[in-house]
Design a protein around this ligand. Sequence first.
Ligand code: NAP
Length: 307
Amino acid sequence: MSRPIYDRVALIGLGLIASSMFWAMKRGGLAAEVTGYARSAQTRDTARRIGLCDRVCDSVVEAVQDADLVVLCVPVGAMGQVAQDIAPVLKPGATVTDVGSVKRAVIEAVAPHLPENVEFIPGHPLAGTEHSGPESGFAELYDNRFCLLVPTEGSDPEAVLRLRRLWEGMGANVEEMDADHHDLVLAVTSHAPHLIAYTMVGVADDLRRVTDSEVIKYSAAGFRDFTRIAASDPTMWRDVFLNNKDATLEILGRFTEELFALQRAIRTGDGDHLFDYFTHTRAIRRGIIEAGQDTDAPDFGRGAKAP
Ligand code: NAP
């Protein structure tokens, strides 16, 4: 077996993203020892019960002691506090990274706390599910998914390369991106769509002319996929919107304009506009499938047994 990439990795926060990292690192033999810390005793107990991490620590300071790589896997709004707590005990030469869904706000919250003798290389794996918590992770989550690294000015190229190799070892395709561009891209591809899904499900909930049981029973036609996205973790998504305000508002502004244009086309009977628009969106879907980022199977591969 090849040598591990890091001797000791500390995972701070033990939810979907951290637990998937742990199983993927184990699968690839990428770390000699993985320590873990979560805020609540309940999560730490669950982690111990299911064998998540080689050692689960009762304090964040203990978890990062001697770690060569520290991965912040907590909600975006909690990153700054965690950075402040761990800063005094970080090993000189260690790398600190994060997996937060927003980059500029995380850099601003974390970087000021870190000592000069550690490398801070923000990151974001573009993979997830609507499930959260220590039991939701699985080794394959990052397979063939993108992980974006956002090296800061002056990042040591060796440290960036090492982190890249870790993510590649966990199955991801790694690319580098500037923080502001990352936040704009993600506002388009993830943040605004989540907000729209939340809204759509909220609207259905408000429509008293359609009963709740009808919404659930007949949800195959599109609505079901909105409900899956809208089941995502409320803490995580609250923090995403509060910390990627500008880019999300910019995209929502554009969204509203397009929606008005479609609304107008429906009212005026402008079928050409609708047809051209839907032809264009279909091509985007084809592009995603060709890039291997989703399945072309009917009903997203749910199969005939799906309700
Ligand atoms: P999760 O399953 O909800 O787990 C979050 C973990 O953070 C839990 O262990 C929780 O501890 C801990 N935590 C929460 N608040 C904390 C605080 N104030 N201080 C210290 N620890 C705290 O979340 P996740 O889905 O793994 O997401 C983690 C990060 O990954 C977020 O920054 C998110 O933006 C990013 N991300 C998520 C996805 C996704 O699809 N889920 C995808 C890419 C990136 P307790 O269990 O003890 O409360």
